[in-house]
Write a protein that binds this ligand. Sequence first.
Ligand code: GCW
Length: 698
Amino acid sequence: STIVVENSDREKVHRHTPNLSMAPGSAENLMESTLAAARNELTRGLGGLLDKAVPVETSPRDGAVIVGTRDSSPIVSRYISARDLASIGKDGYLIRSVSQGTVIAGNTDIGALYGTFAFLRLLQTHKPITGLAIAETPKIKRRHLNYWETERLYAGNNPAGTGGLNGENGAIFNFAATGASAGKNLPVILDRYIVAARAMASVGINGITINNVNANAAYLTPAYIEQEAALADALRPYGIKLAVSINYASPTDARFAPDTLTNQQLNPYGAAFQSWWNRRARQLQAAIPDFIGFTVKANSEGQPGPQDFGYDHGDGANGVAAAVAPLGMTIFWRTFVYNANVDNDRLKRPYLEFGHIDDELQPDGTRGRFAGNVFLQTKNGPLDFQAREPIHPMFGRMENTNQAIELQVTQEYTGQSTMLSYLAPMWEEVLKTDTHGAGLVGNVVDGTTHGQSDTAIVGVANLGNADNLTGHHFSQANLFAFGRQAWNWTLDAEDIADDWVRMTWSNNRQPVHTIVKMMMGSREALVNYQTPLGVAHQFRSSDHYGPNPAQWFIKDDWSPVYYNKADSAGLGYDRSATGSNFVAQYFPALATKYGNIDTVPENLMMWFHHVPWNHRMRSGRIFWDELVYRYQMGVQYVTWMRQTWDTLRPFIDTRRFSEVAAKLSAQETDAADWRDTSVNYWKEFSGRQIPVDNGPLS
Ligand code: GCW
C-alpha cells in the first residue's frame, strides 16, 4: 500500500517564537503541519505494523491510504462529496473503502488526523479494514486535560530530587530556567512533549491547561508566555490548544509592577480589574493566537477569590470572562469549593454556592447569571475523586450555565502509580447515571439536555516524566479511555480496554482476554479494599495513598472520621432527610431512592446513611459481615491479578512483564494494609468478631 497526504497552503502554522529550539539530539519529529503529522503517523504506523517501509506518494496506487480534506486534496474530493462531510463537524472524520484503497477525510486537517489515528487503531486491533464506511463526530466539543501533577506526584513522575528533568517537581512540561533542568526548559521542545502530543491527539484531546490550579502567577509573565508560545507551536499541529490556570488575585502580584493593582481594585466589575485581565489575555493571544483562556480555582483550599472582596462566584467568573470575551476566550471556573460556613455537610456546599446564581432572574427576563463564555468545571462527584462517589448533584440542576465535567485520570486516590485500577468503568458509571430529571449525566455534559452549544469534559492528567509517561504501564489505559470516552461517552469501557490491550500488549487471544478481565474488575476491587459500600475518604493526609480511618484534623472536613462517623451504632454519614438532607439536592426521584436505606444502591450506602452494624444486606449477611467480606474480596482480586499476570509471561516482553509484576505485588501488600487497618479500626466500634467464613485476615 502507499500513503497519499496532500498539504494545503492555508494550514501553515504560526511560528511566533523566534528562538524555538530543540534539545540536543531530540525532537527530529517536530511537526510543521497537521497533515504532515498524519503522514508521519501513517509511515511510522504502517511501517511498523506491516514490518516494511510504506512509500509516500502524491498519486495513489491500488491499496493506497489517502488522507486529507476536500480543500487539500483533489483525490479526496473525487471520493468524498461536500454532502458526505456535512454532518461530521469540525473534528469529525470519514473512513471509506474506495476502489483505490482507503480514504480518510475530514472537514479540517485535524479531523483527517483523528481519522488517521482511528484507521491505525483498526489495523492495530486486527479489525477488518475492508468495506469501511465510518463516520465519526465527537459528542463533546472541548476534550481537555488539566495538569496538576506538580501537586503530589501521584502519577508517572520521578520523585523530586531523583533526577527528574523538571524543575517543577517532575511535571511534564519544564518551565524552570534554573536548577538541574536549566537548559532543558522551554522554549526547548523535548521529545517527550511530542510523544505526549501524539498520545493526546490519538484519542482526540484538543486542549490542555498546563499548570496547577493552585496557580502560580509566573505563568502570566512575559518570560513564561514566551515559553508557553513555544509549547503551543509544538502542540498545534496535533490540534492541542493551550490554557493557563490563574490565581484570582494575580493583579496584585508584584511581578507585574508597575502594572499592579491594589486589593481594592479587585472589584470584578471595575475597569481596573477587567482591563488588567484583558491586557494579560492580549499578551497571551499575541503570542498564542489560538489561546483557549483561563482555568480558575477561586475561594477554594486557600486560593483567593471574589468572596475575599465581597463578591460571589458569579461576579468573579463574569468579571474575568468579560475581560477576555472580546478576545474569544473562555473561562473554566471550578466549583470545587467547601467553605465550612456554608453548611456542616461538605457535600452540600458547592450547590448552595452556585445553584442560586444559575437560577437568578436577569434584567432581560432570562435566568442564570453566568456569562456565556464561562464553564463551571465540576468534579464527577460531590467530594473529591474517590474511587466511587454518587454523581455531583449539580449535573442536571444548572440549567442556565455551561457545565464541564472534571474527571481525575491521574490516580490520586485510586492507587497512584502503584495500583492497577482501570477507571473507565467508573467514568462510564458516572456518565450513564440517570439524574432522574435531566437525562443521563452524559446528556447533560454533551449539551443535549439543556441545549448548550458549547460543551466540555476535562481530565486531570497523568502524564509525567516517567519513560512511559504515566509510571504504571496500566495508567496509560486511563488516559486512552478518558480520550475515547470524551469523544464518545456512550462507549463501553470493556471495548475500550480491548482496544487498548491489543494496541499495548498483544493481539493474541489469551492475553487479550486475560488482561481485559483483570482491568475490568480492578476498579471494583479498589473500591472494595479501600472504601467499600460507600464509606468515603479514609485516606491518610500525607499522600492520599494509604488508609488512616482514625485521623482527625483541625479541618474536620479533611478528616476520615468526619466521613466515617464510626460509633457503636454503625458506620456512615446520614445525608437523608433525618441527617444533613444532602439528598434533597438531587432531583426528587433520585433523592427518594438515595434517601431510603432500603432503596439506595448498596455500593453508595454509607454516602447517605449511618448503617447499623446489624442491618440486613441483600446478600443475606448483616452489614458488619458484608463489610468485612467486601474488604477481603478486594484483596483477593489483587492476589488473583498477581497470579494471573504470571500466566502471561510467555506473551509479554521481559521488562514490562516484570515491571507490572512488581507493581502488582506491591498493590497486594497495600490492599491488605487497607483491609487490615480499616477492619481493625471498625472492629473497635462494632464490637464484633471477624466472620470466620472470610478466612484469616493477615
Ligand atoms: O483532590 C484535591 C487535591 C489537590 C487539588 C484539589 C483540587 C490541585 O488533593 O491536590 O488541588 O483537589 O481539585 O483543586
